[in-house]
Design a protein around this ligand. Structure first.
Ligand code: ATP
Length: 232
């Protein structure tokens, strides 16, 4: 579904991403892990058309990316950005409805109920202004809003960042459930252990280059990965 070939991204002449290749096949949950500043967020933003890239190619369902986020969204790519990006002055319900604004089918109510079943916590708060929610609840709203667009590919940038351990559990459980329901997901995470536990495959990004890639179950046992990223 997604193919990235020899992607290079630079900021003011400094290469942040230096020629990476990655692929996400339909139905897969793929993680991109790596330390601070490795280039994970830049990669995800380029895929979503939020920033331009220097060279290389991004194919979404075999079609080269236009680099325009609204076109990619219309074609079924939804990004949940780092720092969430929800509408703080709208209620939870309004945020979810905004996620579905371009849909013309009559199943929006059905999907709202589905989101509330994934995240019972935000159901109780559907009339509350999103800006008054806790960090974890805002993360849930951001994910639910993205899912309301019925994406083909869901891009998640550090969904566990800044959350309490219990909420981290909740978020990873929901990602796993969404993946098992058939969603194709590219997950950027610093919490490599948790990301690998739920992923099919993963890529390790180091200083703008892919250093290791493979099945998540193999990476979790790989001494290079455990020494650098799993706190072993
Ligand atoms: P983190 O987990 O800390 O977000 P990351 O792996 O997502 O890290 P990026 O945010 O992609 O890494 O950053 C990669 C490199 O590009 C870093 O050295 C960063 O300082 C630099 N960078 C990112 N955004 C910009 C920008 N807008 N202008 C200049 N440099 C940037």
């Amino acid at each position: 579904m997604l193919k990235v070939k020899q992607l290079k991204i630079s900021y003011g002449g400094i290469l942040a991403v230096n020629g990476i290749d990655l692929e996400v096949r339909t139905g897969e949950l793929v993680s991109l892990i790596g330390s601070n500043g490795a280039g994970k967020t830049s990669t995800l933003k380029a895929i979503a058309g939020m920033i331009s890239w220097q060279s290389g190619e991004i194919l979404f369902n075999e079609v080269p990316s236009s680099g325009k986020s609204y076109e990619l969204l219309a074609r079924g790519m939804a990004l949940v950005p780092e720092g969430r990006g929800i509408f703080t002055r709208m209620t939870v319900l309004e945020n979810l409805q905004m996620g579905a604004y371009s849909r013309k089918d009559g199943e929006i109510e059905v999907d709202l109920e589905k989101m509330y079943s994934f995240f019972p916590r935000i159901k109780e708060r559907s009339k509350q202004l999103a800006g008054t929610l806790s960090g974890g609840e805002q993360q849930m709203v951001a994910m639910a809003r993205a899912l309301m667009s019925r994406p083909k590919l869901l891009l998640l940038d550090e969904p566990s960042m800044g959350l309490s351990p219990i909420l981290v559990d909740t978020i990873f459980e929901v990602i796993e459930r969404i993946a098992k329901a058939g969603m194709t997901i590219l997950l950027v995470e610093q919490n490599a252990q948790r990301a690998l536990e739920i992923s099919d495959r993963a890529y390790v990004l180091e200083s703008g280059q892919i250093s290791i890639e493979g099945k998540a179950e193999d990476l979790i046992k790989d001494p290079r990965v455990s020494a650098a990223y799993l706190g072993a």
